[in-house]
Design a protein around this ligand. Structure first.
Ligand code: B12
Length: 212
C-alpha cells in the first residue's frame, strides 16, 4: 500500500524525485489524480506557504517545493487529459504580467483538461497582448487569469481592458483566480467569474460555457 504521506513530506522538503516516484506508485495502485492533488499536494503547498509566512522557509525552499509539485503533477497530466469527455470549450490560461507564480494556475489548467476543455497554457508573466494573440489564434471562448500577488492583480484589469480594446472582450468569458483574488474584485473589474480552487474552476468554466 503506497504511503501518500510521503508525497506530502516530499513536497515540504522539496524532494522532486520522491514526489514523482510516490505519485507514480499511487497512480499505478489506482488512487485518483483528484485525491492525490486535493488531499496531499494542495495541503502540502498550503503548509509551505504558512512556513514562508512565519519565516521558517525562504525563497529557495519555495522554489524546491514548487519543483516537487511540478514533478508530482507531470505524471498525472495524461491521465487528467484522458479522463475528459469531448472538448466542451477552449481555454487560454496564464498568470498575468509580472507574476511568476504558476503552481495554482497549472493545477487549474490540468483539471480543466481533465474536465474536457482544450487548454492553451501561456505560462506565467503573460502580457495582455499575448492573451489577445492566443484568443485570436485559437478561437478560445474562455480566458482564465491567475495572480498571486496583490501588486499584479491590476494586471487582470489591464488584460480585460486590452481584450476590450482589441474588440474581442464579448467573444470570451473571463474567469479569474489566485490567493488574493476575491469575488468582489472579479465583479469590480468586470470578469465573468471567480473560483477559489481548481475543482470549482472547472464547474465555473462549465457554467460559463453552458448554452441555453
Ligand atoms: C510558491 C510561492 C512562490 C514561488 C512560486 C513558484 C511557482 N513556480 O509558482 C516563488 C519562490 C517563485 C515565489 C516568489 C515570490 N513570492 Co511567493 N509564494 C509562494 C507561496 C508559498 C505558495 C503559492 C502556491 O503555489 N500556492 C499553492 C497553490 C495550489 O494555490 P494557489 O496558487 O492559490 O492556487 C489555487 C487557487 O488560488 C485557485 N487559482 C489559482 N489561479 C487561478 C486561476 C483561475 C482562473 C481560477 C478560477 C482559480 C485559480 O486554484 C488553485 C488550485 O486550487 C505563496 C503563499 C501562499 N500561501 O499562497 C507565496 C506568496 C504568494 N508569495 C509572496 C511574495 C511576496 C513573493 C515574492 C515577491 C517574494 C520575494 N521577496 O521575492 C516573489 C514574487 C515573484 C514574482 N514576480 O511573481 C506573497 C504575496 C504577498 C501579496 N499579498 O502580494 C505570498 C502570499 C507569501 C506571503 N505571505 O508573503 N513565491
Amino acid at each position: 500500500m503506497v504511503d501518500l504521506q510521503q508525497l506530502y513530506d516530499a513536497i515540504l522538503k522539496g524532494d522532486a524525485r520522491t514526489a514523482a516516484a510516490v505519485t507514480n506508485e499511487a497512480l499505478a495502485s489506482g488512487v485518483t489524480p483528484m485525491d492525490i492533488i486535493s488531499k496531499y499536494m494542495v495541503p502540502a503547498m498550503d503548509r509551505v506557504g504558512r512556513m514562508f509566512e512565519c519565516e521558517e522557509y525562504y525563497v529557495p525552499e519555495l522554489l524546491l517545493a514548487a519543483r516537487a509539485m511540478k514533478a508530482a503533477l507531470d505524471p498525472m497530466r495524461p491521465l487528467l487529459a484522458a479522463s475528459g469527455t469531448r472538448a466542451t470549450g477552449k481555454v487560454v490560461i496564464g498568470t498575468v504580467r509580472g507574476d511568476l507564480h504558476d503552481i495554482g494556475k497549472n493545477l487549474v489548467a490540468s483539471l480543466l483538461e481533465g474536465g474536457g476543455f482544450e487548454v492553451l497554457d501561456l505560462g506565467a508573466d503573460v502580457h495582455p497582448e499575448r492573451f489577445i494573440e492566443a484568443v485570436n489564434a485559437t478561437g478560445a471562448n474562455i480566458v482564465a487569469l491567475s495572480a498571486l500577488l496583490t501588486t499584479t492583480m491590476p494586471g487582470m484589469t489591464s488584460t480585460i481592458a486590452a481584450l476590450k480594446q482589441a474588440g474581442i472582450r464579448d467573444k470570451v468569458k473571463i474567469m479569474i483566480g489566485g490567493a488574493p483574488v476575491t469575488q468582489q474584485f472579479a465583479t469590480q473589474i468586470g470578469a465573468d467569474g471567480y473560483a477559489d480552487n481548481a475543482s470549482s474552476a472547472v464547474t465555473l468554466a462549465r457554467k460559463l460555457t453552458a448554452t441555453g
